[in-house]
Design a protein around this ligand. Structure first.
Ligand SMILES: NC(=O)c1ccc[n+]([C@@H]2O[C@H](COP(=O)([O-])OP(=O)(O)OC[C@H]3O[C@@H](n4cnc5c(N)ncnc54)[C@H](OP(=O)(O)O)[C@@H]3O)[C@@H](O)[C@H]2O)c1
Length: 173
């Protein structure tokens, strides 16, 4: 299995505030949907809650993807997505259910990126050219001695997307 991380990060690695994103960038939403559709997505319980509600209950699985939520809360149960209670359980689950060539995506948030950045094979990072001093959640430092840029795709801001963006793919050196 190929383990990838996907995230959109600002100039100081800011990714969120008060369990929400810091921006509305349709270009990045489209990129995220296109990149992850048809694949497994793995997220922390907080990010799952940030995606919306289901019948009034916090948490909403992303359509057209296998959703896996990681939590330490043994009482957290869902019927509309998979739940794992530790990294070890996640590792076992993925080993048992994924082919070697299949790609799974860690989609956040801050705590979960930190847990997985050293295990990941590939990073899909949208660099958002802006600063958010009130951010409370951050992506870990991308160590340039460990990660090599393999592609870049820059987009100028426009009426819909108010910040310049750069879609960068990093692979482990
Ligand atoms: N910019 C982006 O690309 C992006 C992407 C995703 C999310 N975000 C933002 O990131 C923020 C959320 O991130 P966050 O760091 O607060 O939360 P998070 O990483 O989404 O989830 C944290 C939760 O994961 C579970 N967890 C943590 N360590 C664990 C472990 N070792 N084993 C099992 N479960 C574990 C815990 O769930 P329990 O508390 O249930 O035990 C913990 O509360 C939001 O603002 C969101 O909008 C940004």
């Amino acid at each position: 299995m190929i383990l990838s991380i996907i995230s959109a990060i600002a100039n100081n690695n800011e990714i969120g505030r008060k369990n929400e994103l810091l921006w509305n960038l349709p270009i990045d939403m489209k990129h995220f949907r296109k990149t992850t559709s048809g694949h497994a997505v793995i997220m922390g319980q907080k990010t799952f809650e940030s995606l919306g509600t289901t019948d009034g209950i916090p948490g909403r699985p992303l359509p057209n993807r296998r959703n896996i939520v990681i939590t330490l809360d043994k009482d957290f149960k869902r019927t509309d997505c998979e739940v794992v209670y530790s990294i070890e359980e996640l590792d076992e689950r993925l080993k048992d259910t994924m082919e070697d060539t299949e790609e799974a995506f860690i989609i956040g948030g801050g705590q979960i990126y930190k847990l997985f950045i050293d295990k990941a094979d590939k990073l899909y990072i949208t660099h958002v050219d802006a600063e958010f001093p009130d951010a409370d959640t951050f992506f870990p430092i991308i160590d340039s001695t460990k990660w090599k840029i393999v592609s870049e795709d820059k987009h100028e801001k426009d009426e819909e997307n108010i910040y310049n963006t750069n879609f960068v793919i990093y692979e482990k050196q």
